[in-house]
Design a protein around this ligand. Structure first.
Ligand code: FE2
Length: 351
């Protein structure tokens, strides 16, 4: 099974992308609203078809991107039947299986952090996604959102730590850079519930954490109860001047056909060396020429009235040109995807 662990630094949230390598069907666990562009770019670049976004629970510290993904890619939204979430595609309970291609995730109900907390387990029971029920050397707090240390104790000991010793456990968060653990490891070393702790030991620890109120809870919980749909009901607007596609590398790009059709509305900025302009890759008529190495010093020469599309041979140097332009404040700039190689492959006109 294809597997990627993604991280949102602002909320210390892990998002997981899983896929059947043969059918390319994929699911995304615990997506983050602000990471929609990054994660949808990865899905696109890897040639995956996102069939569903899954939530381990209603998060209090970040907003899910589930609704954004359904709007953009038609993916199902899977949440717990006990979550209270409205507008999901599918409500799941203990024992249900979420399938993607020949792969699947079995649902375990692991309440205690919230009523609707789920753990998703792969069909071979060798990997589990525990959300905020069990964290690496920790456990999700139980002092808000229907939290109960007693319920969480049962969930962890009877469900999660009952998985095979070697089962890998991937949490919903980590605040110290740890990425994965195992059942055996947590049973031995978890300071809250490992080492033979009983319910009283666990509850004593959990009830005395005195954690600060989560900063985003008043925004995140209501939004997550709507699957992350913004209050306005509209997809947040990104660039208006062109159909920009941001790559997983974070580079905003425009398609060669669009640039050809809108050549008069943009400045095409060729950042190759002078000798390349007369070389076999040709050049786009009317393009302004500033070699990449001179761009920082010559930014003032680029007209401010029109958006800028940077081009080079393969789209690599012009990607860096786009970074430089954006850093200088030119948010209306983008890279010509694939550069002159793609432009020529498409048979678009050259000077
Ligand atoms: Fe949580």
């Amino acid at each position: 099974m294809f597997f990627r662990q993604l991280y949102d630094a602002a909320s210390s949230t892990y998002t997981y992308l899983l896929a059947d390598e043969r059918t390319r069907e994929a699911v995304l666990l615990d997506s983050v609203f602000e990471q929609f562009a990054r994660d949808s770019a990865l899905v696109r670049e890897l040639g995956l078809r996102l069939v569903a976004t899954l939530e381990t629970h209603v998060h209090a510290d970040h907003v899910t991107a589930a609704w954004l993904f359904r709007e953009a890619l038609g993916s199902d939204i899977v949440v717990s039947a006990r979550s209270g979430v409205e507008g999901a595609t599918r409500l799941v309970s203990e024992g249900d299986v979420v399938r993607f291609g020949g792969e699947g995730l079995t649902v375990l109900a692991t309440p205690g952090h919230t009523d609707g907390c789920l753990t998703y387990v792969t069909l071979d029971r060798q990997t589990a996604f525990t959300g905020d029920a069990l964290l690496i050397r920790g456990a999700g707090r139980t002092d808000f959102q229907q939290g109960s240390a007693s319920t969480l104790f049962q969930s962890i000991t009877e469900k999660i730590l009952a998985l095979p010793d070697t089962c890998l456990l991937y949490p919903g968060h980590d605040y110290a850079g740890r990425t994965v653990t195992t059942v055996a490891e947590e049973r031995a070393w978890n300071p809250r519930i490992g080492g033979g702790a009983n319910e009283r030991d666990f509850a004593g620890y959990m009830d005395n954490l005195a954690l600060p109120h989560p900063k985003k809870i008043d925004v995140a919980v209501p939004a997550n109860l709507r699957c992350g749909k913004p209050e306005s009901g509209a997809v947040p607007e990104t660039a208006t001047w062109a159909p920009i596609v941001t790559t997983y590398a974070g580079i905003p790009e425009v398609d060669a056909h669009w640039v050809h059709d809108h050549a008069s509305a943009v400045t095409v900025l060729d950042v190759r060396e002078k000798d390349e302009l007369t070389g076999p890759d040709k050049r786009i008529a009317g393009a302004q020429h500033v070699p990449l190495g001179e761009l920082r010093a010559r930014l003032a020469e680029i007209p401010s009235e029109r958006p800028v599309v940077a081009v080079c041979r393969s789209g690599r140097r012009s990607a860096q040109a786009t970074v430089i332009l954006r850093e200088s404040g030119r948010k209306d700039s983008a890279n010509l995807a694939g550069g002159m190689l793609r432009w020529n492959a498409l048979g678009l006109p050259v000077a």
